[in-house]
Design a protein around this ligand. Structure first.
Ligand SMILES: NC(=O)c1ccc[n+]([C@@H]2O[C@H](COP(=O)([O-])OP(=O)(O)OC[C@H]3O[C@@H](n4cnc5c(N)ncnc54)[C@H](OP(=O)(O)O)[C@@H]3O)[C@@H](O)[C@H]2O)c1
Length: 439
């Protein structure tokens, strides 16, 4: 018996999903049992890359969700509304949902998971992070026995493409962005990508799964690559580093353990341009590819790598979720219980720690007067705040100015800021020109 699929959206991802569903040859036999029953679009006249019976298309997505022939709803519309309401509508009707929508899941994941649990239906989100890379199910299931120390990743292909070209060509950010837009690698409005918000949505989802509880999306410290200077990419290379936009979720041990049931896990979750040592596993991830490094006890380091976006890779993840749901239905019929590992479930609370208490290594570039003793006075300010320095070098600046680049050892953010304030007050220092995290 065919399983009816309702597709909300026939854009980049939706067309990729329709392509797989209408060409089952050579794929898993269950693909042949999935029948595309209805498809929601905004514009019925727009040409589509996949040939579908025009009678399947509707401009009313609620009609698609409500159609009795639709048993699984696939949401690939994008945006917050009406996507969120349509997902909840499907759940209320007892229909499982597959979505690629990281923006909705990062903000309303808790509401959606609670509604799904109450109704006993699945909401699967493999395509929401990392495109074609399987990372959601591995975090939920395959790595479930671990104590996760850190999840870090390059999870935005657009910014990784821009940074790769800045490093390879020494090109300026604005020039590479314009080129990326022309080539279709960056949106006309690139803000969500270049300001880091897309990566913040995704790390919120990954952290929630890795640590077992929802992470407050609005509390994630986010800095994009839009203010990154090509000089810092070049200086980083001279010092043996590669600059990447990294999204990181890390467990922080606080002195007083929580007494809450299930415990509270304290996390440092952030997105920012980061200097990676050239031989770090994530430093070799180039172009639009994504990679996620999971560090856990006892597994050690596991890295997931591959195409982070695009019609085919993202549809691959969407269809895998549909097959998971279809397979469970086939095995257990209507009586099949909810598989707790496959379902999104929370068993703990996650709290974000105050950023000033977290510890990091830093890269900082000062513009100073080119005169004797400046390096010494900068070093003294760092020392007085208890910041230990790994390297300090003077690089050639323009006219009578000098550029001094410092890489610190790991230090508490509050102490580092205290040192920066003291250095900025020195007469011979004209500005803190750049400040980046270093792994
Ligand atoms: N693109 C990727 O590589 C990628 C990767 C991972 C995750 N995602 C996620 O997947 C989702 C879809 O992305 P996409 O790139 O496929 O977007 P897209 O190309 O803009 O497609 C959106 C589709 O939804 C339809 N649509 C939008 N609002 C609608 C409404 N109110 N009623 C009916 N139809 C509506 C559009 O119809 P028309 O075609 O008629 O305009 C279009 O077919 C997003 O959540 C995105 O974040 C995308």
């Amino acid at each position: 018996m065919a399983i009816g699929i309702g597709l909300l959206g026939l854009g980049t991802v939706g067309a990729g999903v329709a392509e797989i569903l209408t060409s089952p040859e050579g794929r898993h036999p269950l693909v042949g049992e999935l029948a595309l029953r209805r498809v929601a679009v905004r514009d019925l006249t727009r040409p589509r890359p996949v040939a579908l019976d025009p009678a399947l298309l509707s401009t009313d997505p609620e009609v698609v969700v409500d159609d009795p022939a639709v048993e699984i709803v696939v949401e690939v519309l994008g945006g917050l509304e009406p996507a969120r309401s349509l997902i909840l509508r499907a759940i209320a009707a007892g229909k499982p949902v597959v979505t690629a929508n990281k923006a909705v899941i990062a903000r309303y994941g808790e509401e959606i998971a609670a509604a799904a649990a109450a109704k006993g239906v699945y909401v699967l989100i493999e395509a929401a992070v990392g495109g074609g890379i399987p990372i959601i199910e591995p975090l939920k299931q395959s790595l479930g026995g671990n104590r996760i120390r850190r999840v870090s990743g390059i999870i935005n292909g657009t910014t990784n493409y821009i940074l790769s070209r800045m490093a390879d060509e020494g090109a300026a950010y604005a020039d590479v962005l314009a080129d990326a837009q022309r080539l279709g690698y960056a949106e006309a409005d690139p803000a969500a990508d270049v300001e880091g918000h897309d990566a913040a949505d995704k790390i919120a989802i990954l952290a929630g799964l890795a640590y077992g509880g929802p992470v407050p999306r609005s509390g994630i410290a986010t800095e994009g690559i839009n203010r990154l200077d090509a000089r810092d990419v070049a200086y980083a290379a001279q010092l043996g580093y590669v600059v990447k936009l990294l999204a990181v979720a890390e467990r922080v041990e606080l002195p007083a353990p929580s007494t809450a049931p299930g415990g509270i896990v304290h996390l440092d979750v952030r997105v920012h341009p980061t200097l990676l040592p050239r031989h770090h596993p994530l430093a070799g991830v180039h172009g639009v590819n994504n990679a996620i490094l999971v560090e856990g006890d006892p597994v050690g380091e596991v890295m997931f790598y591959g195409p982070g976006a695009g019609a085919g890779p993202t549809a691959s993840a969407v269809v895998a979720d549909i097959l998971n749901i279809a397979g469970i239905r086939q095995v257990g019929g209507a009586e099949a219980g909810l598989d707790p590992l496959l379902a999104a479930s929370s068993w703990r609370r996650c709290a974000l720690v105050d950023g000033s208490l977290t510890c990091h290594r830093n890269y900082v570039r000062f513009q100073t007067r080119d005169e004797a003793g400046v390096i010494g006075r900068i070093g003294t300010c760092f020392g007085a705040a208890g910041v230990s320095i790994q390297s300090i070098v003077q690089l050639e600046g323009k006219d009578s100015a000098a550029e001094i680049v410092v890489i610190t050892h790991e230090v508490q953010e509050a102490r580092f800021r205290e040192a920066l304030a003291a250095i900025e007050a020195l007469g011979e220092v004209s500005m803190v020109a750049a400040c980046l995290r270093t792994l």
